[in-house]
Each structure stands twice: as structure tokens, then as C-alpha cells.
Design a protein around this ligand. Structure first.
Ligand code: GDP
Length: 203
């Protein structure tokens, strides 16, 4: 689906986060999982930087999302730095939690965390750790299996393994290349946004 996207800002410290307003969707995953490709394919444009240098984007990039035909933006995407990649310099890895943890643990408007995992590799401990951390903080999350076009006939087996390892009932298969999962993911994002605005209005 084509939506209207506006880059807001790039934050490397909690004081840089935009004022809490619209509901936010956080995109999380190991470096190279296909996060930028997923975001770009979702919005139908090039907003997130795909890069051949894993771990380079050490900031949270915020984007406003507006549905076509609607007068105002209704959602914010927060693209978080990739984690768990061995080639990231140690100094960079160490600074990761200093501004990410306040975001994940305390951000009031964080509606849903999309945990991206690679459908082509076995479940990764760093992903399990991230998911456990989000659960401890009572964050709603959805696990999305990226690069699903590459897996072929083993896709269902791969999804089952990911579900078991990460303790979730459902993993959404996604391909930035073929478009698999795109409608389903938008459906879930719109449903989550609608539920949030309905509860906000009744509060
Ligand atoms: P990021 O570091 O998580 O932002 O990952 P990128 O989006 O830059 O993607 C990392 C690599 O995986 C790139 O070479 C992409 O072309 C490739 N990739 C990403 N998504 C897909 C996908 O859905 N299918 C296939 N076959 N390759 C993908």
C-alpha cells in the first residue's frame, strides 16, 4: 500500500525523541535482517536506508505515516538500530542500550513492536533475548519472518521453529521482494492503530 511518509528526526538520546503524540510502531531486528527493505516495501518508497554496512545506523529514525485520503498522520514508525551483528564495533554496541532501553521500556506511545527475524536461519538467541526483554516490559509484539521468498518449501517448518523458539503463537512471513505478507501486516497495523485511537477517545 502506498502511504504518505514524512521523516521526522533521527534520535541518539532520549531528549531527542519527538514529543509523544501519535501511536508508534517500533521496528526491531538484528543487523541485516532486512528491516530497511521491509519498511521501504511497506510504505512503497525509499525512506529507510538499506546499507551494506551492517550496524551503521545507530539512531532511532522516526517517520510519520498518513493514509491516502486522510487529513492528518495517524501513526509513527520508529526504525531502531540493528542489534547483534558481530562486525559492529564494540564501542557502538555498548552505546546501544543507553538510548534504546529508555525508548522500549518507557515510551508511552509505543503501540506495537515488530520483531523482525530472518526466515532463512535458525532462531537466534539475540532475538529471543530481545523478545524476552519486550515481554518483561509488557510490550505488545509481533514477530515477522523476513526474506520469506528465499526459504522455498521449508517456509512452514521455519515458521514453526521460530514460533516454538520465541514462544509466540504466530509468526508473520514477509518478503520485501515478492510482497508476501504486506497486506496482512498493514491489516494488523491498521487494526492496532484503530484500537488505540478508540481507547484513547473513550479515556
Ligand atoms: P537491514 O540491515 O536490516 O536494514 O537489512 P536490509 O534491508 O539492508 O537488507 C539486508 C540484505 O537482505 C540486503 O542485501 C537485501 O537485499 C536483502 N533482503 C532484504 N529483504 C529481502 C527479502 O525480502 N528477500 C530477499 N531475497 N532479500 C532481502
Amino acid at each position: 500500500m502506498k502511504v504518505l511518509t514524512r521523516f521526522l528526526l533521527s534520535a541518539v538520546a532520549p531528549q531527542h525523541f519527538p514529543p509523544a503524540g501519535l501511536p508508534e510502531i517500533a521496528f526491531l531486528g538484528r543487523s541485516n535482517v532486512g528491516k530497511s527493505s521491509l519498511i521501504n516495501s511497506l510504505v512503497g518508497g525509499k525512506v529507510a536506508k538499506t546499507s551494506n554496512t551492517p550496524g551503521r545506523t545507530q539512531a532511532i529514525n522516526f517517520f510519520e505515516i498518513r493514509w491516502p485520503g486522510r487529513p492528518r498522520p495517524e501513526l509513527v514508525f520508529a526504525d531502531l538500530p540493528g542489534y547483534g551483528y558481530a562486525r559492529v564495533p564494540r564501542a557502538v554496541t555498548r552505546t546501544w542500550p543507553q538510548f534504546i532501553e529508555p525508548y522500549l521500556a518507557e515510551r508511552q506511545t509505543l503501540l506495537l513492536c515488530l520483531c523482525l527475524v530472518d526466515a532463512n536461519i535458525p532462531p537466534q538467541p539475540s532475538d529471543t533475548q530481545m523478545i524476552a526483554y519486550l515481554r518483561q516490559n509488557n510490550r505488545p509484539l509481533l514477530v515477522v519472518a523476513t526474506k520469506a521468498d528465499r526459504v522455498g518449501t521449508r517456509l512452514q517448518a521455519s515458521l514453526n521453529a521460530l514460533e516454538r523458539a520465541h514462544g509466540v503463537e504466530f509468526v508473520l512471513p514477509y518478503s520485501a521482494k515478492s510482497g508476501l505478507g504486506q497486506d496482512e501486516l498493514w491489516k494488523r497495523l491498521r487494526a492496532a492503530t484503530a484500537a488505540a485511537s478508540a481507547s484513547g477517545e473513550s479515556a
